[in-house]
Design a protein around this ligand. Structure first.
Ligand SMILES: [Ca+2]
Ligand SMILES: [Ca+2]
Length: 412
């Protein structure tokens, strides 16, 4: 056996056995036993259902006695795990688990290249507008983030105050210029006392910061253009096919797919980015925006499905800055600067590279003991890294779920 290592001998033996025997040998020899044909493993708060068993809409298959619809999540099992799913009759798609904390999945060719182009054309026909963030709709007042409670704002506290109040990510040099231009820091010690703060009105500060945004839009948390597509308003076979694939993939109750089915098509040009954020809110006091008529609401999205629509020349990864961290502390993370993906994308713990037609999806919430919307998964902080060359087109589809199961499941 000199000159032949064990691996190659094993491979040769495997090849011979496989030639005479079955698929089982191939599986054992080539380590592909984790591929599940035509199956997906979906869970609802510890209750598992395999394959076509969905744990939704009654006591089907292995989902035990359940007469109320429950939310389900695809089980990632482990990184590298591949599950197969028939999203289009006669065509098998592979779902790969690419991360476990949070669970993140990728499906190559979720849309064909033609379908991607079709969606881009549809968005261009509709026309795109500058993306806003939820935060910008409520900047009527500003909370001063005096983090150490000394009744003064140092540079770091001022930076955080402006980030929180205006969704703008300034550098220290910008803040020094702001102090100079507004004549705020009278003694030049880079610390703003209550008295110094009172030298400007909220309106004055707000106008100044909006000038910065106008001159340097990349400082905003989000720099992109977008449009919304409403499947119930457009007669479009690709949009219908997309809806159908979302239903098959998510295995969620049909009303959750049919209602609030609009999705966003976003174009990021050069320097386009979106700083890290959660796609859903955790507060239980506010009503969910999709069920509320006021702006004082929280966004409630159980699941996020994103599809990359074009070949990005450089940059534009989807980054998860704190994926796989051992612990999570909101203040520590927000103070770390990692939220600012425009500057700190390279520090992100995990990221997904765009590829035309590829879908990446994850669950923003866990499932509670009643089988419905549970707590947010804090590790789902994510955003779009700057596009450094070319442009990036994506579509974002969210599955809206509120704590009110009955309301969510009511017909349109
Ligand atoms: Ca302070
Ligand atoms: Ca001062």
């Amino acid at each position: 056996m000199a000159g032949v290592d064990w691996v190659s001998v094993n491979s040769i033996v495997c090849f011979i056995l496989a030639a005479f025997n079955s698929w089982l040998f191939l599986q054992a020899c080539y380590g592909i036993s984790h591929v599940e044909e035509h199956k997906g493993l979906y869970k609802s708060n510890g209750v598992k259902g395999v394959g076509g068993e969905t744990c939704v809409g009654g006591a089907e298959g292995g989902c035990q006695e359940m007469d109320i619809p429950r939310l389900v999540r695809l089980d990632g099992v482990k990184v590298g795990h591949i599950q197969e799913i028939e999203l289009i009759p006669g065509k098998i798609h592979k779902i790969e688990t690419v991360n476990m904390k949070p669970e993140i999945f990728e499906i190559p060719d979720f849309l064909s290249k033609e379908e991607c182009l079709h969606i881009i054309n549809l968005a261009e026909e509709q026309g795109l507008e500058v993306s806003q963030t939820h935060l910008e709709t409520k900047d009527k007042k500003m909370r001063l983030l005096d983090l150490n409670g000394d009744k003064m704002l140092d540079m770091f506290e001022m930076r955080r105050t402006i980030e929180d109040g205006f969704d703008v990510y300034l550098e220290d040099v910008d803040i020094r210029t702001l102090y100079d231009d507004l004549d705020m820091d009278t003694n030049g010690d880079e610390i703003i006392t209550n008295q110094e703060m009172n030298r400007v009105t909220f309106r004055g500060l707000s106008e100044y910061i909006h000038q910065i945004i106008k001159a340097q839009p990349t400082k905003k948390s989000r720099y992109s253009e977008q449009t919304w597509v409403y499947p119930d308003r457009v007669q479009d076979h690709v949009v219908d096919a997309f809806q159908d694939r979302i239903a098959k993939l998510s295995r969620l109750p049909q009303p959750l797919i049919d209602k609030f089915s609009f999705f966003q098509v976003v174009r990021y040009g050069k320097h386009g980015h979106y700083n890290a954020h959660h796609d859903s809110g955790n507060s239980t006091e506010l009503q969910c925006c999709h069920l509320s008529s006021t702006k004082n609401c929280r966004i409630c999205r159980f699941m996020t499905i994103m599809v990359y629509l074009n070949e990005v020349e450089e940059g534009g990864e989807t980054a998860f800055p704190i994926a796989n961290n051992e612990t999570y502390d909101d203040h520590t993370f927000r103070s770390s600067g990692q939220v600012n993906l425009n500057n700190n994308c390279a520090k992100a713990n995990f990221s997904v590279t765009p590829s035309p037609g590829k879908s990446v999806f994850w669950y923003n919430h866990f499932i509670n003991e009643d089988g419905w919307l549970g707590n947010i998964d804090p590790y789902t902080w994510h955003g779009g890294c700057p596009v450094t060359k070319g442009s990036k087109w994506i579509m974002n589809r969210w599955i809206a779920v509120s704590p009110d199961r009955e309301m969510d499941l009511s017909p349109l």
